[in-house]
Write a protein that binds this ligand. Structure first.
Ligand code: ZN
Length: 298
C-alpha cells in the first residue's frame, strides 16, 4: 500500500495565489499538518521521532538534493518525509544557489547531522573562483550567494566530500565515474560510466534536477521514476530529482523515500508555498527568471 498510493501522480497546475495554495490539497497523499512550519519545528526530526517511537518503525531514508536555497520547498519536503515515517536523512548536494535562502537551508541541513555530498553550486559558492563555467543566471546567483554565506558556512561546504557510502548505498551529486567534473547523467551511456564505478547495489544522485531510474542487469534500462522494488542481482542508479528547482515540468518539490527492510524506493512530489519563494527571489534582487522558472518546473 505504501508503494502503490503515489504512482504517477498527475501534475497539478501551479496555484494562482497564496490563498489558493494554502487551501489546496497536495496530490501527494499526505496533508501537511502546518502549512507554514517554523524552522525550529524541523531542526531535529530524528531526535523527536526517536523520543516518541523508539525502534518500532523500520529504517526509512528521506533522500533529497538540489535544494538550491528554496526554504519553502525544503520545509515541505521535511514535513512530508516525517509524515511518511522517515527515520534518516541524506542530502545529495547543491544546498545553495539560485534561490534566496542559502543560509537558512544550509543551517537546516547542518542541523539534520545527516550524510551530505558536495554539489557544484556548493563548491562554487564557497570559493572565489572564476564563474565562466556557469551560465549567466547561475553565475549571478552564485555571486549573490557568496555574499550571503558566512565564513563558517563556506568552510562547512568546502569540507563536504564528493561521494559517500551510507549504510549499504552510495551517494554522489553528479556522476560516479568523475564526481568532481560535474557531468550530467541523462542517457543509458552516461549511466553506464557511473555503473562501472558503483560498488554498492544502490546509488542515489542528483544534478540534472530530473527524477530518473537506471537499472543494470545484463544491460541498462531506464524505468519510470515513480516507485520500484530493489531486486537481487541488479544495480540501481537513481536520481532523486530536485527539491528547490525541478526541471521536469512539474513545479512540485521532488525527493525519494528508501526503505531497506522492504527493498522499496518511492519518489515523492510535494507542493509548497511557491509564491513566497518567488517573492523572496525578487526582493533579493536576483534575476526575475529564477522566480518564473520555478512555476514552470524547468
Ligand atoms: Zn543543482
Amino acid at each position: 500500500m505504501f508503494l502503490k498510493r503515489h504512482l504517477n501522480p498527475a501534475i497539478p497546475r501551479q496555484p494562482a495565489n497564496l490563498a489558493e495554495l494554502a487551501g489546496s490539497t497536495p496530490s501527494a497523499p499526505v496533508q501537511h499538518p502546518t502549512p507554514t512550519p517554523r524552522l525550529s519545528a524541523l531542526s531535529t526530526p530524528h531526535a523527536k521521532q526517536t523520543a516518541t517511537a523508539p525502534c518500532l518503525s523500520p529504517m526509512r531514508y528521506a533522500i533529497f538534493g538540489d535544494i538550491h536555497a528554496n526554504l519553502e520547498a525544503f520545509q515541505a519536503v521535511l514535513l512530508d518525509a516525517r509524515a511518511n515515517d522517515a527515520t534518516e536523512y541524506v542530502c545529495l548536494g547543491d544546498i545553495v544557489g539560485y534561490n534566496a535562502d542559502p543560509c537558512a537551508c544550509l543551517e537546516m541541513v547542518r542541523d539534520l547531522q545527516c550524510p551530505v555530498v558536495k554539489g557544484n553550486h556548493d563548491e562554487q559558492s564557497a570559493e572565489w573562483t572564476d564563474l565562466a563555467y556557469f551560465n549567466a543566471l547561475a553565475a549571478r546567483a552564485i555571486q549573490w550567494t557568496r555574499d550571503q554565506l558566512t565564513q563558517s558556512q563556506k568552510d562547512w561546504l568546502r569540507a563536504l566530500k564528493f561521494s559517500r557510502l551510507v549504510r549499504n548505498f552510495t551517494i554522489v551529486h553528479a556522476t560516479l565515474d568523475s564526481p568532481t567534473s560535474w557531468g550530467y547523467v541523462i542517457s543509458d551511456l552516461d549511466a553506464s560510466a557511473s555503473f562501472s564505478y558503483q560498488c554498492t547495489q544502490l546509488c542515489f544522485y542528483g544534478h540534472t534536477h530530473v527524477p530518473r531510474a537506471y537499472v543494470r542487469d545484463v544491460r541498462i534500462n531506464e524505468v519510470p521514476a515513480s516507485s520500484l522494488i530493489i531486486e537481487p542481482g541488479k544495480k540501481y542508479f537513481l536520481n532523486a530529482g530536485s527539491v528547490g528547482q525541478p526541471r521536469d515540468h512539474d513545479w512540485r518539490a521532488s525527493y525519494v523515500l528508501y526503505t531497506p527492510a522492504t527493498h522499496t524506493v518511492e519518489w515523492r512530489r510535494v507542493e509548497y508555498d511557491i509564491q513566497t519563494t518567488q517573492n523572496k527571489i525578487l526582493a533579493a534582487g536576483l534575476p526575475e527568471r529564477l522566480a518564473s522558472r520555478l512555476a514552470e518546473g524547468r
